[in-house]
Design a protein around this ligand. Structure first.
Ligand SMILES: *[C@@H]1O[C@H](CO)[C@@H](O)[C@H](O)[C@H]1NC(C)=O
Ligand SMILES: *[C@@H]1O[C@H](CO)[C@@H](O)[C@H](O)[C@H]1NC(C)=O
Ligand SMILES: *[C@@H]1O[C@H](CO)[C@@H](O)[C@H](O)[C@H]1NC(C)=O
Ligand SMILES: *[C@@H]1O[C@H](CO)[C@@H](O)[C@H](O)[C@H]1NC(C)=O
Ligand SMILES: *[C@@H]1O[C@H](CO)[C@@H](O)[C@H](O)[C@H]1NC(C)=O
Ligand SMILES: *[C@@H]1O[C@H](CO)[C@@H](O)[C@H](O)[C@H]1NC(C)=O
Ligand SMILES: CC(=O)N[C@H]1CO[C@H](CO)[C@@H](O)[C@@H]1O
Ligand SMILES: [Zn+2]
Length: 493
């Protein structure tokens, strides 16, 4: 496949000079060191600024699914990698999604702040408010004689799609979901693609407002609600790119997500992951590989891992078998960072992944300890990002992160510096999540960790357990129930 190196050089020269070195420095077989050394902070920074510009140049100032900023991000990634037609097979996968558009909700005759919830149908309904007990995850939480009412349910513990289906079964005409933390529910979704399910119009309101309404209803006062919501179907794209070189039956799959939340440009979360992958994919084109390398940029992560879920659902058993290991990268440049590795062997959180996950953790530990010579911690292997659906399918997974809304401990301060008692990323899911607020020192270490693992597995899977679909699938199922009960998984939904 290297027969057309000259053509590639001509193509490469036409793209962004800063993005790609010309290939007369082609170095043969990839190695961790060569790939690591090809990753430069300037190249990462330039691409982060590009994603930030896509956000700020768009009317909504973000890169949320369905927005111009997200479409520009996806186009940028695919256009860049299509410059290497002899190296990569670039494909996009259409993922049907739905986003909430507008909600007008009047309660006790007064208009209130509310947001339409994605995947719920558009519609106009009215009725008195009925309060659902607990979290609305069990049939017994629902009032028996409230047919025709608008049901009020707390967010949390199970996906909101389950709550709304139970509400409909109990006779709800519409649903109001109130937040279980501060902040509005703009950009929220049912977090479950309807599969012949039929939901009712649903809107999100704040926690304070929801609790206030419960007090009124419990006081015996009827609370009339009039609500009108619209939502919009969209097609959003997963980008999948695979080396033409390398054993196509044994694939190292490296992934991140391309979308942001509604509230900001999403440059650490998770532009930093998308950009790291793009830069590594560009640099990899200088090298030959033994195993096929696949890169994916998922859509719809922020609304419930929708892109990755859709992808895994549409993989045949034979295709699943080819993926020896899935690596996922998100939040690569948190300002108050810690170097965190997913606890794939369960040593820290007693929550393991399918066979191969422990070995992936060990490879990242080796990188931090012996190559970067940095401290690292472990984080729970909880399925809270796009690797969740892969775990569920029994595919080995691993990854690293730098921290989101969690608080840095004193011990971590001693290990990494920064500030104890503050969030790893104070701008997490806020408008301050932009290119100014990234920690570039942390980012280059993280990007080199991705380069190390990509190159290592592109050369050999000898450090992983042998391929054995039966064993892998059994282990995966046994772990599923447990990871779905874990504290941080439950916090996500
Ligand atoms: C490219 O990838 C797509 C999707 O996986 C696949 O259907 C197609 O056969 C591949 N093409 C080549 C040339 O490998
Ligand atoms: C259901 O009906 C009973 C009897 O009329 C009444 O006491 C109860 O409050 C009703 N419950 C709800 C949720 O409306
Ligand atoms: C909500 O009200 C605004 C302003 O009157 C209107 O433009 C919008 O279409 C309404 N949305 C719905 C879902 O009724
Ligand atoms: C780890 O989890 C298993 C169940 O999966 C349980 O039997 C065991 O007691 C747990 N160990 C610790 C140390 O919590
Ligand atoms: C690692 O952490 C220890 C404290 O646990 C600290 O003394 C040391 O300087 C840290 N090493 C690096 C490279 O930051
Ligand atoms: C695969 O795993 C199963 C269960 O552990 C084992 O019985 C079987 O011999 C293994 N097959 C191969 C080909 O290694
Ligand atoms: C929802 C969200 O914030 N997206 C992901 C960004 O990265 C962090 C850290 O890995 C994940 O926890 C989030 O799921
Ligand atoms: Zn561990």
């Amino acid at each position: 496949m290297w027969k057309s190196i000259l053509n590639l050089a001509a193509v490469a020269a036409t793209i962004d000079a800063a993005a790609v070195d010309i290939r007369d420095d082609y170095k043969g077989l990839v190695s961790s060191e060569l790939l690591r050394n090809s990753i430069k902070t300037e190249a990462l920074k330039e691409k982060a600024l590009k994603l930030e510009r896509f956000a700020y140049d768009s009317p909504t100032k973000n890169r949320v699914i369905g927005s111009e900023g997200h479409a520009a991000t996806v186009k940028y990634i695919t256009d860049t990698l299509k410059q290497f037609p002899d190296y990569y097979n670039v494909t996009t996968q259409e993922v049907p999604l739905n986003v909430g558009e507008s909600a007008n909700v009047t309660i006790l005759g007064e208009a209130t702040d509310a947001y339409a919830v994605g995947f719920a149908p558009s519609g106009s309904v009215s009725g008195n408010l009925a309060v659902v007990s607990n979290l609305g995850c069990e049939e017994s939480d629902f009032p028996k004689n409230a047919t025709g009412s608008i049901f009020l349910i707390s967010r949390g513990t199970c996906v909101s799609g389950e709550k709304v289906l139970l509400a409909k079964k109990a006779g709800a005409k519409g649903v109001l979901i109130y937040n279980n933390i501060d902040g509005n529910l703009e950009g929220y979704s049912l977090q479950r693609v309807p599969e012949g399910d039929d939901y009712v119009p649903t809107a999100g309101i704040s926690q304070g407002y929801g609790k206030g309404l419960i007090a009124v209803v419990n006081g015996g006062i009827p609370v009339p609600v009039v609500m009108s919501t619209t939502s919009r179907d969209i097609i959003s794209l997963n980008v999948n790119v695979q080396t033409i070189d390398g054993d196509q039956e044994n694939v190292i799959h490296v992934s991140g997500h391309s979308d942001s939340v509604t509230q900001g440009p999403g440059i650490n979360d998770n532009g930093s992951g998308s950009v790291s992958l793009l830069e590594i994919a560009i640099q990899l084109t200088k090298f030959k590989v033994k195993n096929a390398v696949r890169f994916s940029w998922w859509t719809g992560e922020e609304i419930g891992l929708m892109g990755a879920e859709y992808y895994v659902k549409h993989l045949s058993a034979a295709e699943k078998n080819k993926i020896r290991l899935l690596l996922d990268f998100d939040m690569m440049a948190s300002p108050n960072y810690a170097f965190q590795i997913y606890d794939g062997d369960g040593s820290a959180y007693n929550l393991t992944g399918p066979p191969g996950s422990a070995e992936a953790e060990a490879e990242f530990s080796h990188f931090f300890k012996n190559i970067a010579k940095q401290n690292h911690t472990e984080i729970e292997f909880d399925g809270r990002s796009d690797y969740g659906p892969f775990l569920e399918a029994g595919i080995a997974a691993g990854g690293i992160a730098c921290g989101a809304e969690g608080i840095k401990t004193q011990e971590e301060f001693e290990m990494f510096g920064g500030a104890a008692g503050l969030a790893y990323d104070v701008n997490y899911h806020e408008d301050g999540d932009n290119a100014n607020n990234l920690n570039y020192d942390a980012w280059i270490v993280m990007a080199q960790a991705i380069a190390h693992s990509t190159a290592t597995y592109a050369l050999s899977f000898d450090s992983l357990p042998p391929k054995n679909a039966t064993a892998i699938r059994k282990r995966g199922e046994a772990q599923m129930f447990k990871y779905k009960q874990s504290a941080s998984y439950l916090k996500m939904i």
